[in-house]
Design a protein around this ligand. Structure first.
Ligand code: DGL
Length: 268
């Protein structure tokens, strides 16, 4: 496999662009090919079977684009479809999810005895974080809370305002999140509301931004595989399965700059 090939990234929609943004900062020489399954968003309300089906088809699309590694930049798809993708495609391409790098880092570092997790209904129902922490360090207590209003609220541009403040404060006041040391933002949309979450906790709880941890992990993984690109930088490509102008105008919020989204109807 050539190190000049692109990294494939996918999410249910444009939330995974927060991870793509962290990756391009840490790995500026890598070409990214992003697929947002906007036709099926949100995954947070879908069954595990549907999420596996969508994820496999998207991963095959990225494989056809010659990606040297595929990153599932969605917690919901990571929770339900990672093993499926490794089973069917793992012999052709390395597959990385957004959960393991975070769990491995926190489980082996001090000061994370009581961890809160917020994410979509489907991610929280899977109990994936608690199971993975328990497998590495049974001492760690994990309390999870589904926060289904947050992703659509952010997509609609509601953050840093009184409405988002009310919704965020109401969720974070849940008894499930009392007495935690750190909080994992287990949805790729949530980096956009990190300042509001930080303001709620006033420095008493460490807010874990998974995007940066995943980007660092990717760097280590590509280094170990001797797949870091040293050649010329190629243009990133962004595909979505359903096009609306609102997705196009929101990309700047998630990726830090306006990007061109190409409509790719892989479901036809
Ligand atoms: N980006 C998805 C995740 O990280 C959440 C959005 C959705 O429900 O599709 O879980």
């Amino acid at each position: 496999m050539s190190s000049a090939l692109p990294i494939g990234i996918f999410d249910s929609g444009i939330g995974g662009l927060t991870v793509a943004n962290a990756i391009r900062k840490i790995l500026p020489k890598e070409q990214l090919i992003y697929f947002g399954d906007t036709a099926h968003m949100p995954y947070g309300d879908k069954s595990p079977e549907a999420i596996k089906f969508y994820s496999l088809k998207i991963a095959k699309f990225l494989l056809d684009k010659n990606c040297k590694l595929i990153l599932i930049a969605c917690n919901t798809a990571s929770a339900h479809a990672f093993h499926e993708l490794v089973h069917f495609l793992g012999d052709k391409v390395p597959i990385v999810n957004v959960i393991d790098p975070v769990v491995n880092l926190l489980a082996n570092s001090p000061n994370h005895g009581r961890i809160g997790v917020i994410g979509t209904k489907s991610t929280i129902r899977s109990d994936i974080y608690a199971k993975k922490f328990k497998a590495i360090n049974p001492e760690i207590q994990v309390s999870s809370l589904a926060t289904p209003l947050l992703a659509p609220m952010i997509e609609e541009g509601f953050f840093n305002n009184t409405i988002s403040n009310t919704v965020i404060n109401s969720y974070l006041s849940s008894s499930k999140l009392k007495r935690i040391d750190s909080l994992i933002l287990a949805c790729t949309h949530y980096p956009l509301i990190k300042p509001e979450i930080q303001a709620f906790y006033k420095g008493k709880v460490e807010i874990i931004n998974t995007a940066e941890i995943v980007a660092e992990h990717l760097k280590e993984r590509l280094t170990a595989l001797e797949l870091l690109n040293a050649g010329p930088v190629k243009k990133h490509q962004f595909y979505i399965s359903d096009y609306t102008p609102s997705f196009a105008s929101s990309t700047r919020l998630f990726f830090g700059e306006k990007i061109h989204l190409s409509y790719k109807p892989i479901w036809d």
